[in-house]
Design a protein around this ligand. Structure first.
Ligand SMILES: Nc1ncnc2c1ncn2[C@@H]1O[C@H](COP(=O)(O)OP(=O)(O)OP(=O)(O)O)[C@@H](O)[C@H]1O
Length: 234
């Protein structure tokens, strides 16, 4: 399979006052097209930093980050903003929907600026919100709001979908339905999904598991026994 993402000797240093914090310390890994990847690690390990660098929301201090063949560490601010807008779909723990737009408008608003965007209504139907498209975020449950957020990310028709603790604010059952949705979308659309979590029980649903510890890669494992979300419990 073709490589979609490649980290080469990536470091990220934050400086708070005099003290440098090494969030990433020589990180190497690659992700192939179509893979469902779980990035696993304890709080503070550097998971979100990896995701934010892939998504062009944060910049590596050193090293190279290839996405779709281009080194995104070399992009200027304008190109990086374009990259973020066109190529990356984000799903966060808290859904970050615009409160005064309904579900359909939230998805349209994000998608319409993208060249190859998909039909907002079609995607909302696909995520199971056919009867909710005129509802405002305050009129939707947490799980439904996360579905809108996923639809918003997918409707951009991005190169990859980045999810940071997407079930973190949801109860067990709702969290599982959101994971199932992400797994189904990955299967159907063949889009690469990178999901960050501290919950190791989620790992069996991945094609590849990247374990992060104290800013370093602890292991990268291909999962020989990939499971559907229904079969996973925690
Ligand atoms: N903007 C920042 N300024 C300073 N330090 C930061 C900043 N962002 C992250 N860090 C530090 O970098 C390290 C890695 O943080 P990161 O958010 O990537 O961890 P994480 O694995 O995603 O943790 P969590 O599961 O708690 O979200 C932590 O020590 C964190 O305190």
């Amino acid at each position: 399979m073709n490589k979609l993402i490649e980290f080469k000797k990536v470091t990220k240093e934050y400086r708070v006052g005099e003290v440098p914090i090494k969030a990433l310390d020589g990180v190497d890994f690659s992700i192939s097209e179509g893979e469902f990847v779980v990035v696993l690690g304890a709080s503070g390990a550097g998971k979100s930093t990896i995701l934010n660098i892939i998504g062009g929301m944060d910049k590596a201090t050193s090293g190279q980050v290839f996405v779709g063949g281009q080194d995104i560490t070399r992009l200027n601010e304008k190109k990086l903003t374009e990259y973020r807008g066109e190529k990356v779909g984000f799903v966060f723990q808290f859904y970050n929907l615009i409160p005064n737009l309904n579900a359909l408008e939230n998805v349209e608003f994000a998608a319409e600026v993208c060249t190859n965007h998909l039909d907002a209504r079609d995607i909302l139907y696909k995520v199971g919100l056919k009867n909710r498209i005129r509802n405002f975020p305050s009129q939707l449950s947490g799980g439904e709001q996360q579905r809108v957020a996923i639809a918003r990310a997918v409707a951009k028709n991005p190169l990859l979908l980045l999810c940071d603790e997407p079930t973190g604010a949801l109860d067990y059952v709702t969290g599982k339905t959101v994971l199932k949705l992400l797994q189904d979308l990955n299967k159907e659309t063949k889009k690469c999904v990178v999901l960050v979590t501290h919950n190791s029980a989620i790992a069996p649903m991945a094609d590849k598991i990247i374990k992060v510890k104290s800013g370093k890669i602890e292991s990268v494992t291909m999962n020989q026994n990939k499971q559907s979300v229904e079969g996973i419990e925690w």
